[in-house]
Design a binder for this molecule. Sequence first.
Ligand code: CP
Length: 315
Amino acid sequence: MTAAPQLAADGRLRHLLTLDGLPSALIENLLDDAARLREQWHTQRALPQHLAGRTVVNLFFEASTRTRTSFDLAARRLGALVVNFDIASSSTSKGETTEDTLATLEAMDADAFVVRHKENGTPAQLAAHARQAAILNAGDGNRAHPTQGLLDLLTIRDRKGRVDGLNVVICGDIRHSRVARSDVHGLHALGAGSVALCGPASMLPAREEFPGCRISDDFDAALTDADVVIMLRIQRERISDLPDLDVDSYHARYGLSMQRLARARRDALVMHPGPINRGVEIASAVADGAQSAILDQVANGVFVRMAALTRLLAR
Ligand code: CP
């Protein structure tokens, strides 16, 4: 997927589908907007109603806690009407296509659709069909999760003061991870010093998919000099032939324990997009420890989604 369909001819954001190819200035602007909205919320508990009169539809074909709830809160706190479309009880079960569902809801004057789908490319396809509405990708297959990438960048920038020059390690099921892809696109756009991808060989991606990254199955070695460690869960829902996982051996080699974290820089930041599997990819002592930014990521998700919705919908 190229970035072209998400930018209008004048360079404005028309949809938010991927961080791949998104100009770094636009990424920085979105992070700055999110930080400003966060400051307003924390000091006044009130926000400008940028989205008054707008309707946002959450169209989630896959399960979600963080992304769905934070888009919902973001839109409502900025004054939008929000429809949490219930796929299970909708006419999707009678065979209506996703494109026809989009056209139907657009005819009711929906202004934006927040789309999560297991198939790569579904949000981009809907963007190609949309007449007026903006499409925001809330995660498609293993391809992209742009707002997760943005909230991860904001969290790193908050805690480290910059992204530029940092050494970042991402460990886990990289092959099936849309978060890894969006994080890497964002980290490269903002000038991260190095990005290392780690995991068992069966969960590593093809090298050509991640130009500019180091790829290795040796997590211990990769942790040396890490400023940021991003842990990922195993995406069981995207692996059809996953043999029974030996959780203890996985944790022994790829789990982030306090002992293993000591290999990274003393002030290394620990992140995880969630949901976390305690005792598998991350020990509870690390997830709940002083270096963990996991709940900061969640909190930042609301403000990053406010920034994206405002840029796409504010009149
Ligand atoms: N990080 C993330 O996308 O979490 P959810 O699946 O709960 O939305």
